[in-house]
Design a protein around this ligand. Structure first.
Ligand code: FAD
Ligand code: NAP
Length: 510
């Protein structure tokens, strides 16, 4: 069942009317919800005005279509007539018009690279951009230009492979020191083998159709101090391979991450547990032959087909409990991804997610995010300010800091919720505070019952200045913030006013 959001909820200042990244969502007119858009795209109406034809669009032609009622935008070489979509765009018409008659790829990437525009706008596709005339001698075609760009960033990795009777080892030389097991993501399906290594803001891809069959399980090893990654595959038959395989799309490419599409794999729902009245812990199982560890502080995108259109929303993986780092894993490592997800009855995506049965599939993307784990190194005081499900990125940060940062003296979480019933993992947080004296938690409620004796209200300078006591003027401090966008924005401003520097603050956004 799909619910079309009502106009009265949420309140005009609620975070749900504000998109991530600080962009305001404009109130949409009646009948202009995402669901209404999907209905229109399925209605068979000619949305491009080209009667189903696809054309080659020159730059001159593109420039002509720069008005609201005749607006073409190019994204990654494909041109869309977005005029019919104007009134349905959650960011408003003006936002779309910024790219009218031009290449909107960069603007699009700045705000919502993850939005599956191909699916959302497929009925608006006008055609491809015409190829530019050949470049003058001495200039490089596009494929080589990326290589040149990469030279401005980290130096380009390379790969090699070798074999024994039973094993094939692929070695990726990243030429970087800070490489971890979560820097590489491996997916092997049928004969397609894909290993994406993330190096700073760049992505290096080994993508081949293997020449021979391999077994389901493989291992991934990282030799950190030399930045070498080894992926050890087990041959199905002990024959000698003449080559590793045939190159597939973007094989051996090293390009800025923002220029790569998001890669998804289908994961199976294995359990779903109530955590509060509206928030659930979802456990998804990665497909066999996958190596994917979501780095601390990063999120992924979940993708589900909703009435035939692929819909994508970001979610932040958590641990299965606040104590998981301290106990022996019951289940094999790195096969499961956990999410704490709040179900909004009138939301678009979460009711569909909640409808999934155990055994059903949902697609999970590669990780994204700008949290840098080295920010935690040598930290003495860590302050976490979370509101509602803004608690989710704090889970791994908290676990990681308590387990891996020897210099850490104090971690304090201030957790903002409406009522006591809304507090996620309250008893776990209280137990953790009891067990580990470095950790303290304070709950702040905006609409408590009369029995509540704790703090109440909203994020405020008074609450923050009392809470954020640094040990000494020189102690290394990090403050992490996450919640509804206005909460995060107000919090950031208050922290600056309290003289915390930019380097001492990390806000989680999309
Ligand atoms: P939406 O359709 O977005 O609606 C949410 C609510 O707002 C509903 O009540 C709906 O009725 C109302 N609404 C929406 N638009 C309008 C409108 N125009 N007019 C009136 N009412 C409207 N969430 C989690 O639970 N867990 C996580 O781990 C998590 N991680 C995230 C990580 C990132 C980086 C970001 C940016 C967000 C994260 N979120 C997380 C939020 C998540 O991505 C979704 O926004 C959330 O699940 C709501 O999705 P939905 O489609 O169900 O609801
Ligand atoms: P919620 O329950 O609506 O709100 C949590 C608390 O914050 C409540 O006490 C609420 O007060 C308060 N609050 C709401 N708006 C506020 C504002 N403008 N200023 C100050 N306080 C405010 O939260 P939720 O429904 O769980 O939503 C969580 C949000 O976090 C979502 O927007 C989600 O997208 C975001 N999120 C982001 C990430 C990320 O990495 N970027 C990760 C997870 C979640 P009232 O309800 O009384 O107004």
């Amino acid at each position: 069942m799909l619910n079309v959001p009502s106009q009265s909820f949420p309140g005009p200042s609620s975070q749900q009317r504000v998109a991530s990244g600080g962009r305001s969502k404009v109130p949409l007119k009646q009948g202009r919800s995402l669901m209404d858009w999907i209905r229109l795209t399925k209605s068979g109406k000619d949305l491009t005005g080209l009667k189903g034809r696809l054309i080659e669009v020159t730059e001159e032609e593109l420039k002509k279509h720069n008005k609201k009622d005749d607006c073409w935008i190019c994204i990654r070489g494909f041109v869309y007539n977005v005029s019919p979509y104007m009134e349905y765009h959650p960011g408003g018409e003006d936002e779309l018009m910024r790219a009218a008659g031009s290449d909107g790829t960069d603007l699009f990437d700045q705000v919502h690279r993850w939005v599956n525009y191909e699916s959302m706008l497929k009925e608006c596709l006008v055609g491809r951009m015409a190829m530019k005339p050949a470049l003058p001698k001495g200039m490089l075609p596009q494929s080589q230009v990326t290589d040149t760009l990469a030279k401005e960033g980290p130096s380009s990795p390379s790969y090699d492979w070798f074999q024994t009777d039973s094993l094939v080892t692929i070695v990726i030389y990243t030429k970087q020191k800070d490489i971890n097991l979560d820097s590489v993501i491996v997916d092997h399906r049928d004969d397609s083998f894909r290993a994406e290594t993330v190096i700073k803001d760049y992505s290096y891809l080994v993508h081949v159709a293997l020449s021979h069959e391999i077994q389901e399980d493989f291992s991934v090893l990282v030799v950190e101090n030399v930045g070498k990654i080894e992926i050890v595959l087990k041959k199905k038959e002990n024959t000698s391979w003449k080559c590793l395989g045939h190159p597939q799309e973007n094989h051996n490419s090293f390009i800025p991450k923002k220029d790569t599409g998001l890669f998804y794999r289908k994961c199976q729902l294995v359990s779903k547990e109530d955590v509060t009245h509206d928030t659930k812990l979802f456990c998804l199982m990665l497909p066999p032959s996958t190596h994917l560890e979501v780095p601390v502080g990063q999120h992924v995108y979940l993708r589900l087909p909703i009435t035939g259109t692929e819909i994508v929303k970001p979610y932040t993986p958590v641990c299965d409990s606040l104590f998981s780092e301290f106990k022996e894993p019951v289940l094999p490592n790195n096969i499961y991804i956990y999410f704490l997800i709040k179900i909004y009855p009138a939301g678009f995506f979460t009711p569909e997610l909640d409808q999934l049965q155990i055994g059903d599939y949902v697609s999970v993307s590669n990780p994204e995010g700008n949290f840098i784990i080295s920010q935690l190194q040598e930290l003495e005081d860590l302050f976490l300010l979370a509101a509602g499900t803004g608690f989710t990125p704090m889970v791994k940060v908290l676990n990681y800091a308590l387990t891996n940062i020897p210099s850490l003296r104090k971690v304090k979480l201030m957790f903002f919720n409406k009522t006591e019933d809304d507090i996620i993992w309250r008893s776990q947080l209280e137990k953790l505070a009891f067990k580990d004296k470095r950790f303290e938690v304070e709950f702040v409620l905006s609409a408590p019952t009369s029995e509540w004796s704790g703090k109440q209200g909203y994020i405020s300078p008074a609450l923050l200045s009392e809470f954020l006591k640094r040990r000494s003027d020189t102690s290394k401090v990090l403050i992490c913030l996450c919640g509804p966008t206005p909460f995060t924005e107000q919090g950031m401003k208050m922290l600056h006013d309290l003289n915390f520097s930019k380097d001492e603050i990390h806000s989680f956004t999309a």
